[in-house]
Write a protein that binds this ligand. Structure first.
Ligand code: SF4
Ligand code: SF4
Length: 84
């Protein structure tokens, strides 16, 4: 299981600061931070702690199992960002 970010993400980086294992990218100082349409969670590094959920002002982070059907493809998009 892992958490998934969807395209309502505004890249305000609040979840990056909240994540204890640094599995949300791109971060501000990374080369693709500017172009990336949203942030993504590394599915194998996320420890399912839930710390990112309450800090997200746009409710853009979901537990994989609770992703609404119309947003299901974002699980793959998060994986793809990491070349998985
Ligand atoms: S807290 Fe939410 S809106 Fe902000 S960067 Fe993270 S997922 Fe995107
Ligand atoms: S659930 Fe925890 S480990 Fe996973 S992305 Fe959110 S803050 Fe990071």
């Amino acid at each position: 299981m892992a958490y998934v970010i969807v395209d309502t993400c505004t890249k305000d980086m609040l979840c990056v600061e909240a994540c204890p294992v640094d599995c949300i990218h791109p971060k501000q100082d990374e080369p693709d931070a500017e172009q990336a349409p949203q942030l993504y969670i590394h599915p194998d590094e996320c420890i399912d702690c839930g710390a990112c959920i309450p800090v997200c002002p746009t409710n853009s982070i979901f537990v994989l199992e609770e992703l609404p059907a119309e947003l299901a493809h974002f699980a793959e998009k998060n994986r793809q960002y990491y070349g998985l």
